[in-house]
Write a protein that binds this ligand. Structure first.
Ligand code: SF4
Length: 379
């Protein structure tokens, strides 16, 4: 099984907190970009080694900014190159203000069966302050349009710890998200990425960071409200109704190979990581000249071990110590067992079955330090 990720780097404007690779140059470059992605798929589909494709994910950037004729050209082009007939989950990311009735109606004929909306907050003043283009009422309208078009698998992204957010306003945001009946919610704590507009605003004292203890309180509210509404907490930042875990994202966590197409996209085939340039023009011109645009790096055994334990601890499935021993040997198993024991004793981790270690609710709050301890340190 494998997945394909396509990066659509176009945004209508830049949000103040965002450091993802994106560009405002849709009008001049959209068409050439789509053609480059299809050409890249043709050049690199062999990297999937005949694995059956199970998921396709258009992320960004803002894929919903792609005009419909270009979206159709992209999907048809990919279908001509990749074997997509067994794809179970085809997700497109969207901004709520792009989710019009016309846009939604085009999705199912293309095979799209899941939409992930960047909502972030239901407080209009906060949305404005961080440079989002939509408001809360557009989210409800978007949800109505998706349901009317038969898209019944919808994910909502939220951010907690935004400047100006309080425990009360965050609680309202989570409640409003639940009231719209999405099947999936992802919620991330705000990080101040160096160089972003928000980072500069904090440097100048124009925004005040939400204290860490308040962010922890927001996370606790999130978990309590979502679990109370029937969502399964299947990854640190991800919650889903039963049967609606993101199959594409789960493949990142369980080491399923994936092919990443487009500027700034990453790929992994089980041992080699590849990454495309974070420059749209460089990407288009390299593909046009017939070369693949990616840099590649073979992961060492211990890098793969680190990835296994870090990603495993993020999920409700945890880390299977016996499988770790089979795949990485006795030294890895001994190191992991010794380091995880301290966190078992402290209540940060619990043992599920004979050998599976899973973070507890309290352990999630100190997950960085648990991960640091179990990672391999060969100094
Ligand atoms: S729309 Fe998404 S990708 Fe674009 S700037 Fe905002 S957060 Fe970043």
């Amino acid at each position: 099984m494998a997945g394909v990720y396509v990066h659509i780097p176009f945004c209508a404007s830049r949000c103040s907190y965002c450091d993802f690779f994106s560009t405002l140059e849709m009008k001049g470059s959209g068409s050439a970009y789509v053609d480059a992605v299809v050409a890249e798929a043709t050049m690199r589909c062999h990297e999937l080694r005949g694995e059956r494709l199970r998921t396709l994910y258009l992320g960004g950037g803002t894929p919903s900014q792609l005009p419909l004729p270009l979206l159709e050209r992209l999907v048809k082009g990919l279908k001509g190159v990749l074997e997509l007939e067994h794809v179970e989950e085809f997700t497109v990311e969207a901004n709520p203000d792009d989710v019009t009735a016309e846009w939604c109606a085009a999705l199912r004929p293309l095979g799209v069966n899941r939409v992930s909306m960047g909502v972030q907050s239901f407080e209009d003043n906060i949305l404005r302050a961080i440079g989002r283009r939509h408001n809360a009422s557009q989210v409800a309208q978007a949800m109505g349009n998706l349901h009317a078009a038969g898209i019944t698998n919808v994910s909502i992204d939220l951010i907690y710890g935004l400047p100006g957010q309080t425990l009360e306003s965050w609680t309202r945001t989570v409640e409003q998200a639940i009231a719209l009946s999405p099947q999936h919610i992802s919620a991330y704590g705000l990080t101040y990425e160096p160089g972003t507009r928000l980072w500069h605003q904090r440097e100048r004292g124009e925004v005040i960071e939400v204290p860490e203890e308040d962010c922890i309180g927001m996370y606790r509210v999130l978990v309590r409200l979502l679990q109370g509404a029937g969502f399964e907490h299947y990854e640190i930042s991800n919650f889903a109704l039963p049967g609606y875990h993101s199959r594409h994202n789960s493949s990142y966590w369980d080491e399923t190979p994936y092919l990443g197409l487009g500027a700034a996209a990453h790929s992994y085939d089980g041992s080699i990581r590849r990454s495309n340039p974070c420059d749209m023009h460089e990407y288009i011109s390299r593909i046009a000249s017939g070369e693949t645009a990616c840099e590649q790096e073979e992961m060492t055994r211990w890098e793969r071990y680190d990835e296994r334990v870090m990603l495993g601890l993020r999920t409700a499935a945890g880390v299977d110590a016996e499988r770790l021993r089979e795949d990485f040997g006795d030294a890895a198993w001994t190191h992991f067992s010794r380091e995880i024991q301290r966190h078992l004793d402290a209540g940060n981790v619990r043992l599920d079955g004979a050998s599976r270690y899973v973070l507890t609710a309290e352990g999630i709050l100190v997950s960085d330090s648990v991960m640091r301890d179990v990672m391999w340190d060969d100094d």
